[in-house]
Design a binder for this molecule. Structure first.
Ligand code: HEC
Length: 142
């Protein structure tokens, strides 16, 4: 999907209405198909952790995320990650990493975080595969 078209989809009335309908305080799935966001169907989690992915995700955390996120439950610049895979759906986490700006603008849960933390998480320059590796690392933080 060409990246340039995504912005205009997020601005469309249809998308905003769909998001309102899906008001995701309870982490209901976003209307992903029309928006380029990932849905639950796009994420496969194996019951057993993939240790190679965990190691890569941990390295990405250290280089890209550690400045703002602890691995505990404490709040630094952003929320600590302990228990994050229990309180959030995997596709929500990936969308937060890959489509940060759209989520902070349109997703009710993300907007609540922004209101609480008062810092807008910057758009991350990591690939979908890398985001998936970070998610695998997050699964170790229960
Ligand atoms: C400059 C600080 C900063 C950096 C760097 C950063 N984040 Fe964030 N992140 C935040 C803040 C602040 C929030 C809370 C939402 C907001 O205010 O934007 C957040 C929220 C999140 C959330 C939702 C947390 C929850 O409890 O639901 C996820 C997931 C996340 N970030 C992932 C990442 C990943 C992965 C990286 C590294 C690739 C990263 N962030 C790098 C500041 C940052």
């Amino acid at each position: 999907m060409p990246k340039t078209s995504i912005g205009s989809i997020y601005e469309s009335e249809a998308y905003k209405q769909a998001l309102q309908a899906a008001d995701s305080v309870q982490d209901k799935p976003l209307p992903a198909a029309s928006a380029g966001l990932l849905s639950g169907r796009d994420v496969r989690l194996s019951p057993v952790l993939d240790e190679a992915m965990v190691a890569k995700g941990q390295r990405l955390y250290a280089s890209n995320c550690q400045a703002c996120h602890s691995l505990g439950t404490d709040k630094t610049v952003g929320p600590g990650w302990q228990g994050i895979t229990v309180r959030r759906q995997p596709e929500w986490i990936l969308n937060m990493i890959l489509h940060t700006d759209a989520m902070l603008t349109h997703d009710a849960t993300a907007r609540k975080l922004l209101a609480e933390y008062q810092v807008r998480m910057p758009t991350q320059t990591i690939s979908q595969d890398e985001a998936r590796q970070v998610l695998e690392f997050m699964r170790t933080l229960k």
